[in-house]
Design a protein around this ligand. Structure first.
Ligand SMILES: Cc1cc2nc3c(=O)[nH]c(=O)nc-3n(C[C@H](O)[C@H](O)[C@H](O)COP(=O)(O)OP(=O)(O)OC[C@H]3O[C@@H](n4cnc5c(N)ncnc54)[C@H](O)[C@@H]3O)c2cc1C
Length: 455
């Protein structure tokens, strides 16, 4: 009997996974709980519903990493991108989408496919056998979330993200900042210099606190806050509790000596920590925040050394179910402990509609390949898809893992191209050229044939 691929959750990721697997010749069942069981954000029973903004962000495939991801998904005959293109709204260089006809069209295309069926059901347990993709998203139902957490342990499945801003390393002014771990702790030189420190004098600290208090903040969505605030306060909330709170918390200046001014004790120090193995990204430690994006860039550029900072992603705190993928998933998106199950979408620790759909595309193809007995090579790290997969399945620091958007900081640096702000245009073009070639090469090696005998 032909083996079936079961997909839990027909959101952006599950819809694309279903399409890719069915197109490869595999029978698919989508298990979707809506409309019978709702979430606080979804409004309909359609598949691929966009819950908030209607934007797929930049469509520039030469200068923008998310635009590049669009390109790669189009090259792989992605249903989500083809449908978004058909329901495009005017939005300058961005790809804005008419959300209701978009979701209705994705649903209709999937339901018209002879290999796809839908079951209106909430899956509440870890499937014991068969072939599965779990793509239940940031609002995974409570029963399934708890079942996953029982298997992974509480450290490895989070129900909220607490994202500190992430800065491109080459945009930090090292004539002001320096590398040093507090009290020079660590066995190796690498550990003793694991943190990047930005010093503040008293006037700079006071101005920073004023700016934090005055900044525009976003509100939690209704239903989002339950059980949150225990361990991980936004910095502006810490500042509201007292002007000195941050100086005794994430900005404490002790155990550090500024080599640029060894005789002056900093009043406060902002610390950044490496965010990926490549060393191209640093996160600002303890700076999770609900400040609006525009306010964040203004406030964080007040930090000495970050005046010219470019942000790979800004901070945030949301209701978000996601795995510690670097410890749990292999390069083929399989759950190491249960290899008959893959994960896809936002639950893997990517962030955003496009990234989620992209992970669905890969998981769908990988699962189909496994069922057909025609295993696929790993996705090349130089493609946008590969940069993301590499990050979530091992490139990211597991201890501090938080959801990630696609961005050029995830790409392996290129030899011979100019760094910094000035070289950006040429550098991004070089990244996207390299990515497209790598992706096309992978696609050419990855054609599946449902009629071929299994390997
Ligand atoms: C409030 C909110 C606002 C957001 N705003 C944006 C934004 O503006 N832009 C952006 O790019 N991203 C945004 N996101 C992130 C966005 O959700 C994801 O980018 C994207 O929808 C994730 O795709 P997904 O397929 O992983 O999950 P989803 O699209 O959420 O799909 C998961 C599906 O699984 C179903 N499901 C859950 N549990 C079960 C179960 N046990 N059994 C069966 N079915 C189940 C759900 O009903 C849902 O249909 C937002 C997220 C939230 C929560």
């Amino acid at each position: 009997m032909a083996e079936v691929l079961n997909i839990v959750g027909g959101g952006l990721a599950g819809s694309e996974a279903a399409w890719q697997a069915a197109q490869a010749g595999v029978d698919v069942v989508i298990h979707e709980m809506r409309p019978r069981v709702g979430t606080f954000a979804h409004q309909t029973g359609d598949l691929a519903e966009m819950v908030c903004s209607n934007s797929f962000r930049s469509d520039d495939d030469e200068q923008n990493a998310v635009g590049l991801l669009h390109w790669e998904m189009r090259a792989a005959d992605g249903l989500v991108m083809a449908t978004a293109d058909r329901h495009r709204l005017p939005a300058g260089g961005a790809l804005a989408v008419d959300r209701d006809p978009f979701a209705a069209s994705v649903t209709a295309a999937l339901m018209a496919h002879p290999r796809i069926t839908r079951r209106d059901a909430e899956i509440t347990d870890i499937p014991a056998d068969g072939h599965w993709i779990i793509s239940t998203g940031p609002l995974t139902s409570a029963a399934l979330g708890q079942a996953i957490q029982r298997e992974t342990g509480s450290e490895a499945l989070a129900f909220f993200d607490a994202i500190a801003p992430i800065v491109h390393a080459d945009s930090i002014d090292m004539s002001k900042a320096w590398m040093q771990s507090r009290y020079d702790k660590g066995e190796t030189e690498e550990e003793r210099t694991a943190y990047l420190n930005c010093p503040m004098d008293k006037a700079q600290y006071e101005a920073f606190i004023d700016a934090l208090l005055a900044a525009d903040k976003t509100e939690f969505h209704e239903g989002e806050t339950a059980g949150y605030f225990d361990g991980c306060l936004p910095i502006e909330v810490m500042a509201e509790r007292g002007r000195e709170t941050l100086r005794h918390g994430p900005m404490k200046p002790v155990g550090l000596t500024n080599p640029h001014a060894p005789d002056i004790k900093p009043h406060a120090v902002v610390q950044l920590r490496r965010d990926n193995a490549l060393g191209t990204l640093f996160n600002i430690v303890g700076f999770q925040t609900k400040m609006k994006y525009g306010a964040q860039t203004d406030v964080f550029r007040m930090i000495p050394g970050l005046e010219e900072a470019r942000f790979a992603r800004l901070g945030g705190i949301h209701r978000n179910t996601f795995l510690n993928s670097p410890t749990l998933l292999d390069r083929q998106m399989r759950w190491r402990a249960h290899p008959h199950i893959r994960f896809a979408g936002q639950i893997t620790g990517v962030e955003g509609y496009v990234e989620s759909a992209a992970m669905g595309l890969i998981a769908g193809r990988m699962a189909a390949a496994q069922i057909l007995g025609q295993p696929l090579p790993d996705v090349p790290q130089d493609s946008a898809m590969g940069a993301l997969i590499h990050h979530i399945t091992g490139g990211a620091e597991a201890k501090t893992f938080q959801p990630m958007n696609v961005n050029f900081g995830l790409f392996r640096p290129l030899d011979g191209v100019r760094g910094g702000r000035r070289g950006r245009k040429d550098r991004y073009k070089a990244y996207t050229d390299r990515a497209k070639a790598a992706w096309q090469g992978w696609l050419a090696q990855s054609t599946l044939d449902a009629d071929a005998p299994a390997a």
